[in-house]
Design a protein around this ligand. Structure first.
Ligand SMILES: Nc1nc2c(ncn2[C@@H]2O[C@H](COP(=O)(O)OP(=O)(O)OP(=O)(O)O)[C@@H](O)[C@H]2O)c(=O)[nH]1
Ligand SMILES: [Mg+2]
Ligand SMILES: [Zn+2]
Length: 321
């Protein structure tokens, strides 16, 4: 990030804009005056993601392409943990994460938990949207959704095809910069199209054979909603892990575990085999869902594995002011 220190070409006058789509080195940028431009990144070191604020200019007057010279400091960023233990930005400058699950494909609640934890560590609010409700909601899904609501998450049931529609979602998006995340085929792009028809995002039936989505969306794209708020559609995932804080802080990504941990005998309790563990007591009593506890324990084991494999690469995510 930052402006190139040395450059052979003179830097033209710069304007500020926002990346609304990023295809590697090629970006779509909306200028502060509303103009939309195709841009290239200057040099090899700059990396931009959807939502980044940038400084751009025209090195060749009259050229249809502009050049991005600088990425402005990111505020809240959704990142993912790479297989090499690094943190990779997915979208920048968001305020809200919308985790989308649906009747089909069968929800992977562990992925939802990891997105919720990632949102907590990134300092963004998180909301769970359950789409395709007109197809019905299985008892298992209803129990999971009730569990999230009991923890304190907003849960919105919706459908792009029939009642209950998307009205409840609209009000949660106003005034926010939100990103739609989740498994492929849950209807993220369909929700975007329902909210901003001019987006004309490509959607595709899920596979009949595997009942999985086809990874239709290939890059994140930001749209301004007439109903208020900015919405980023993102590619569906098979799996997701957020950059992890220190193992002793992983509980902070699970609101109910963090709350119960206040009652643990030891302040640095990992809720493993320590005596006087309030979290395990609440799991046994059914006050904390065992599946959520399993989710927490899984992230602790991933954290330990990464500590062992990449001690030099572990960097706790920056705390949000
Ligand atoms: N029955 C039903 N189908 C829906 C609903 N919303 C979307 N779909 C369908 O679900 C399929 C997948 O929708 P997409 O919007 O492409 O899903 P996506 O989450 O963007 O998928 P990726 O881009 O691969 O991540 C399409 O066939 C949509 O028409 C809904 O509310 N009800
Ligand atoms: Mg899509
Ligand atoms: Zn404990």
């Amino acid at each position: 990030m930052g402006r190139p220190r040395e450059s052979r070409e003179p830097i033209p006058p710069l304007s500020t804009g926002r990346v609304v789509a990023s295809h590697g080195r090629e970006l779509k940028v909306t200028g502060s005056d509303g103009t939309r431009l195709s841009c290239r990144l200057h040099g090899r070191k700059l990396e931009a993601v959807c939502g980044d604020e940038v400084r751009y200019g025209h090195p060749t007057p009259g050229d249809a392409h502009a050049t991005v010279y600088e990425i402005l400091p990111r505020r809240r960023t959704l990142s993912r943990l790479t297989g090499l233990g690094r943190s990779e930005a997915v979208v920048a400058n968001l305020t809200q994460l919308v985790a989308v699950a649906a009747t089909i494909p069968a929800p992977d609640w562990f992925v939802i938990d990891r997105y919720l934890a990632g949102a907590a560590w990134a300092g963004v609010t998180a909301l769970i949207t359950f789409n395709k409700c007109e197809l019905g909601v299985t008892p298992e899904s209803a129990a999971e959704l009730a569990g999230y609501a009991a923890i304190g998450y907003q849960v919105v049931r919706c459908s792009t095809r029939a009642e209950p529609g998307i009205g409840a979602l609209v009000q949660h998006l106003a005034g926010q910069t939100s990103v739609l995340v989740g498994q492929s085929g849950t209807g993220k792009s369909s929700l975007l199209n329902a909210l901003a028809p001019e987006a004309r995002a490509i959607t595709q039936e899920i596979s009949v054979a595997t009942e999985e989505g086809r990874h239709t969306t290939t890059h994140a794209a930001l749209h301004v909603l007439a109903s208020g708020g900015d919405l980023i559609d993102s590619p569906g995932v098979r799996d997701y892990a957020p950059p992890l804080p220190q193992v002793r802080d992983i509980g902070s990504g699970f609101l109910e575990i963090a709350a119960a941990a206040q009652g643990c005998k030891f302040q640095d309790c990992l809720h493993d085999t320590e005596p006087g563990c309030q979290v395990r007591r609440e799991v046994e009593a059914g006050a904390i869902r065992r599946r959520r506890f399993d989710s927490y324990r899984h992230l602790v084991s991933v954290g330990r594995e990464f500590d062992a494999r990449f001690p030099e690469r572990r960097r706790p995510p920056a705390r949000v002011r």
